[in-house]
Design a protein around this ligand. Structure first.
Ligand code: ZN
Length: 360
C-alpha cells in the first residue's frame, strides 16, 4: 500500500490527482474557483470520468465536500486511480466512474471546513424559495459557542458544560451540527443561497448523470466516530427497500441518521438531495464514508477556534498557526496506521459499489 497518495497541502493533492489522471490517459475538466488558494495557487473542482457516456451505471466518488477533510478523500481517489486492478474492474461497457476532486477547494486549501461563503456545503442543498428553517437549539448556544475571547474563559466553558449536563451530548451535537440559517458568521451555516460549489455540482450532474439508470455515490468525509473507523452512513431515499439495498451492497454495518444508528445527527440540505433532484430518472444509492479522527469534543473545540479566528482576522501569527494546526489535526490524522486503515476500507467500499451496480 503506497501511502504517498496522501498530501500535505491542497496544491499537492491537486497535483497528485492530475498526475494520476494523466497516467491513466484521463481528461480532466477543471472548474476554476473565483478565489486563489492560501499559497496563491489555482483552486478548482476537478472532474475526471472513465467509461462510456451512455453507461447505465454510474459510480461517483467525491472528496473535499468539507474542505479540510479533503486530505483523506483526495488520497482515496488517487489510490484508486493508481490501482491497475481497479482500472481493470471498472472496464465494463455499462459502467462509468466519475471522480470529483475537491468539491470545496477553497476550504481544502485554506484549512476550513466551510466554503468561501462560510457555508457548510453539505447543508446547502436546500430549496431557497422556502423560508429558512429555524434551529432554536443553535440560537440558544450561539454566543456560548463563539465567545469574544479565545481561548474561552472558564465561565464560558462552564456554561457550555451546563448545556450538555441539562440536554445531553447528542442534543448539543444536533443543535450545533444539523445546520442553521440564522448566524451567517456562525458554525454549520447552511447559507441563504446556493454556493459556488453547489452550482458546480448541479452542472456536473446535468452533464454526466442524465443518461444513467443507477447511481452509486461515495462521498468521503472525516471528523466523526472512532479514530480510523470508516462509518458507512447511508444517504438516499429512506424507504426500507433502499436501506436494504444499501446493506446488501455495503454490509449490515451501514448506518443512517434517520433511525439514530449513525454517529451523525439528522441533517438537512445534504448533497444526496441535489443528486435526487437533478437525476430523477436514476435509482440512487449513496454513502457518506465518514472516518473518525479525534474525539467529538476535541473536533468541536477545533471548529470553534477556527470560526473565532475567522471573526478576528487580525489575530497574530502564533495563535493563528496554532488554530490552523488544530483544525488540520481534527480532520486529518497524519499517521501511517490511520492512512492504511483509510485506504483498506475505502477500497472495500469502492469495490462493493461496482459489484452492487453491476450485479445486484
Ligand atoms: Zn464532512
Amino acid at each position: 500500500m503506497n501511502l504517498s497518495v496522501f498530501s500535505t497541502s491542497y496544491a499537492q493533492a491537486r497535483q497528485q490527482f492530475l498526475v494520476a489522471c494523466a497516467r491513466r490517459g484521463l481528461a480532466v475538466t477543471s472548474r476554476v474557483h473565483p478565489l486563489p488558494g492560501s499559497d496563491n495557487e489555482t483552486l478548482a473542482l476537478d472532474v475526471a470520468r472513465v467509461g462510456s457516456p451512455t453507461a447505465r451505471n454510474l459510480m461517483v466518488i467525491s472528496s473535499g465536500c468539507h474542505g479540510v477533510e479533503g486530505f483523506c478523500g483526495s488520497a482515496v481517489q488517487i489510490d484508486l486511480l493508481n490501482d491497475d486492478a481497479w482500472a481493470a474492474s471498472i472496464d465494463h461497457p455499462d459502467l462509468a466512474v466519475l471522480y470529483l476532486h475537491a468539491l470545496n477547494p477553497y476550504g481544502f486549501s485554506w484549512l476550513r471546513r466551510v466554503t468561501h461563503e462560510n457555508v457548510d456545503l453539505n447543508r446547502n442543498f436546500l430549496d431557497f424559495s422556502q423560508p429558512p428553517a429555524a434551529n432554536p437549539g443553535y440560537d440558544a448556544i450561539a454566543e456560548r459557542l463563539l465567545p469574544e475571547q479565545w481561548p474561552p474563559s472558564r465561565l464560558n466553558e462552564l456554561r457550555l458544560m451546563l448545556y450538555v449536563a441539562r440536554k445531553g451530548r447528542k442534543a448539543l451535537q444536533a443543535a450545533v451540527s444539523s445546520g442553521q440559517q440564522s448566524h451567517p458568521d456562525g458554525l454549520f451555516f447552511a447559507g441563504t443561497a446556493p454556493t459556488w460549489s453547489n452550482k458546480q455540482i448541479r452542472e456536473i450532474l446535468r452533464e454526466h448523470a442524465q443518461q444513467c439508470q443507477r447511481i452509486g455515490w461515495i462521498d468521503v468525509h472525516t471528523g466523526l466516530g472512532p479514530q480510523g473507523v470508516g462509518e458507512r452512513i447511508y444517504k438516499g431515499p429512506a424507504s426500507a427497500e433502499d436501506i436494504a439495498r444499501a446493506k446488501a451492497w455495503w454490509g449490515p454495518q451501514v448506518t443512517n441518521s434517520f433511525d439514530g444508528s449513525s454517529t451523525s445527527a439528522n441533517l438537512s440540505g445534504t448533497l444526496d438531495l441535489a443528486v435526487m433532484e437533478e437525476c430523477p430518472q436514476a435509482q440512487y444509492n449513496g454513502v457518506t464514508l465518514e472516518y473518525g479522527t479525534q474525539p467529538g469534543p476535541k473536533v468541536l473545540q477545533a471548529l470553534r477556534a477556527e470560526q473565532w479566528l475567522q471573526r478576528h482576522p487580525r489575530t497574530g501569527s502564533p495563535q493563528r498557526q496554532q488554530i490552523k494546526q488544530q483544525i488540520r489535526e481534527a480532520f486529518y490524522v497524519e499517521t501511517d496506521e490511520w492512512k492504511r486503515r483509510v485506504l483498506e476500507q475505502s477500497r472495500e467500499v469502492c469495490w462493493q459499489t461496482v459489484d452492487g451496480l453491476l450485479t445486484r
